[in-house]
Ligand binder design. Structure first.
Ligand SMILES: CC(C)(COP(=O)(O)OP(=O)(O)OC[C@H]1O[C@@H](n2cnc3c(N)ncnc32)[C@H](O)[C@@H]1OP(=O)(O)O)[C@@H](O)C(=O)NCCC(=O)NCCS
Length: 183
């Protein structure tokens, strides 16, 4: 009985902490001063500052985007690219997971896509990113294509891409997700 009570107390405390953190997350556009931090973060997480999606090279330093701040600390980054009335999320990284940072960055990308009169917000993830697939689908994205063996092309442009991805899953395919935007 006491154990159950303590468990519930802990759960309530956890929820209050998350709510407190969530209300303190501020999203700001990337500024020149952020350059070094972005290079370090993307190099560490994506093995180089070059991101390849659908056979297209994106150099991270040339992309616009947003940073999530918790007090003075940078805790998340989203970069994007707009072409032909389509907004592609190129990278999305949260440095403090399960606190609402990824969701806030995603909402900001949606606002940018709407303001830029885009018809869709879309992104590529890889076949090993099971939690990413859950995350995006729960936030309004739909799977629109599986680009079978697309990583073979990406590896020619970026040899750092490993053969094995998350949870030991062979890294092979690109999965395209989108959110349609109706004006
Ligand atoms: C995918 C990713 C960006 C999500 O970021 P995140 O900051 O953990 O995202 P959120 O906190 O907004 O949401 C994650 C979970 O926390 C939960 N959560 C968020 N805010 C919460 C809150 N206030 N209280 C309780 N739970 C909360 C959400 O329900 C969510 O779970 P769900 O996906 O089952 O719905 C992050 O896992 C990441 O950086 N992954 C590696 C890179 C990657 O895969 N990027 C995407 C492809 S480019």
């Amino acid at each position: 009985m006491l154990y159950q009570f303590l468990e519930q107390e802990k759960l309530i405390l956890d929820i209050l902490i998350i709510m407190e953190i969530n209300s303190k997350i501020v999203i700001r556009p990337i500024e020149p001063l952020d350059r070094e931090w972005i290079i370090d973060l993307i190099s560490e997480r994506w093995r180089s500052t070059l991101i390849v999606t659908r056979g297209v090279k994106h150099e991270i330093e040339s992309l616009p985007g947003f940073i999530a701040y918790l007090s003075r600390d940078r805790v998340g980054l989203l970069t994007y690219s707009i072409t032909n009335a389509e907004c592609e999320i190129i990278t999305l990284d949260s440095l403090m997971e399960n606190k609402g940072i990824g969701s806030k960055l995603l909402l900001t990308a949606r606002e940018i896509a709407i303001k830029s009169s885009c018809n869709r917000l879309w992104l590529i993830t890889t076949n090993d990113n099971i939690s990413g697939l859950r995350f995006f689908q729960k936030r309004g994205f739909q799977l629109v294509a599986v680009h079978k063996n697309a990583l073979e092309i990406s590896r020619r442009l970026k040899p750092e891409i490993p053969m094995i991805g998350l949870d030991g899953i062979p890294l092979r395919d690109e999965i395209e997700l989108e959110m349609r935007i109706n004006h």
